[in-house]
Design a binder for this molecule. Structure first.
Ligand code: AMP
Length: 402
């Protein structure tokens, strides 16, 4: 952050979209803690901080009468915790634009922190509306985007607002800079072998990522629900496992493309089979291409775990996106926990490892190995799009010419 913040108000877009329980208790404050270095740095330089964020999807989950649920989606619920993390009394205003909010931000003194109410209470936010962004911009003399999790969205507070600040008055925050630097370690001449482990539910979500990965990795280890579309495409019998029939041809094309570029795509040799989609439905370990009708694969099996481990241990750069099984069910979490373990071991031996995507981050947290990988990304979709080589609007908006 090269801006002089002394005596100035920084309008900071943070990602405080934290999971809350029905009583408003914060279930995981990772995103809040990751935003602290930028806020602290600005305050330490003699600036003040006006924080804006979204929380949940208030426009999609309205009250029965069509109004916004201002209680459930209010950022007021996190003020106390933020105050304790920052060790200062954070002020709050129950709007993100308008006179009341502007009066608060205008009167902010050096060292003070103000949190604005959920930007998504206004439909203009997601539309990237110009007038709304202009109103938001009034809260700051400088603009800092530190919300990597929403950097792939061209929303008013993440993208449009930037143009109301001169190039010299806008910057990426420390978290966002760190995310990019770590992703670039993978994109720009990674140490080899470079291995990607891809899981999750669907092939359709990851096609562009797989295509891009084929250009620069040596191994792609496939797991999770998407394995079965590949296995079926190759003529295997997958029973009732998750399958995207429309993507069978594309799955074969991806396998061909990888072969042509000397990239090995591995599919799990064996599978933990279940009689239904539930924790208590364990049926046995079977070859992934011989799953009986009426059964479904919910995790990778022991042979696949061993094979993937061997490749991971030999790797110098590792990316993990998506659990390799239904890790939310204890009986089908073994594969994902084993992958977390393998990555932690390889990291200890000197590999660089990046874990990104909400569910793989949950899986690594569950395994207790979160501190043993090189970098955990706060952005699911944003990290995917960055690795796919797409330009993220929230980042581009900072660097546009005036
Ligand atoms: P994604 O958001 O695409 O990374 O998908 C994550 C979800 O994929 C998790 O909720 C997992 O439970 C789910 N998943 C992983 N493996 C399987 C599987 N074999 N069958 C169905 N769902 C799966």
């Amino acid at each position: 952050m090269t801006i002089d913040f002394n005596g100035r108000r920084a309008l900071i877009r943070v990602d405080f979209n934290v999971p809350l329980d029905k009583d408003g208790k914060i279930l995981d404050d990772t995103r809040m803690r990751k935003a602290l270095p930028t806020i602290r740095s600005i305050i330490d330089q003699g600036g003040s901080a006006v924080l804006m964020s979204h929380l949940g999807r208030p426009q999609k989950k309205k009250n029965e009468d069509g109004s916004i649920n201002r209680k459930k989606f209010s950022l007021r619920q996190i003020v106390q915790h933020l105050s304790s993390l920052l060790e200062t009394d954070v002020q709050f205003v129950d709007d993100c634009v308008g006179e009341k909010a502007l009066e608060k931000s205008t009167n902010l003194k050096a060292g003070e922190v103000l949190l604005l109410e959920n930007t998504r209470f206004y439909p203009e936010e997601a539309k990237g509306d110009d007038d709304f962004a202009a109103r938001l911009s009034k809260h700051g003399d400088t603009y800092v985007n530190d919300a990597f999790g929403t950097a792939h969205r061209a929303h008013a507070s993440t993208t449009t607002v930037a143009k109301f600040f001169k190039r010299k008055d806008r910057t990426l925050g420390l978290l966002l800079e760190n995310e990019i630097q770590n992703a670039d370690k993978i994109l720009n001449s990674p140490n080899r072998p470079c291995t990607a482990i891809l899981g999750g539910a669907k092939v359709s979500d990851k096609i562009q990522l797989i295509e891009k990965l084929i250009d620069f990795v040596n191994f792609i280890l496939i797991g999770g629900g998407m394995s079965y579309t590949f296995i079926k495409a190759k003529g295997g019998q997958i029973g009732n496992s998750l399958c995207e029939e429309d993507y069978l041809d594309l799955a074969l094309e991806l396998l061909e493309k990888a072969k042509a570029q000397n990239v090995e795509i591995l599919l799990p040799e064996d599978t933990v089979s279940a009689t239904s989609f539930s924790n208590d439905s364990y049926s046995g370990i079977v070859d992934t291409d011989r799953i009986q009708d009426g059964e479904m694969g919910l995790d990778i099996g022991p042979k696949a775990i061993a094979k993937y481990d061997a490749i991971i241990q030999d790797s110098k750069t590792i990316i993990w996106n998506g659990p390799v099984g239904v890790f939310e069910f204890e009986n089908f979490a073994k594969g994902s926990l084993a992958i977390a373990d393998s990555i932690a071991k390889a990291t200890k031996k000197g590999a660089f490892s990046l874990v990104g995507g909400g569910d793989s981050v949950s899986a690594i947290n569950q395994s207790g190995k979160a501190d043993e990988v090189s970098f955990i990304s706060t952005g699911g979709g944003a990290m995917l799009e960055y690795l796919e080589g797409k330009k993220l609007p929230g980042i581009a908006a900072i660097f546009n010419e005036d």
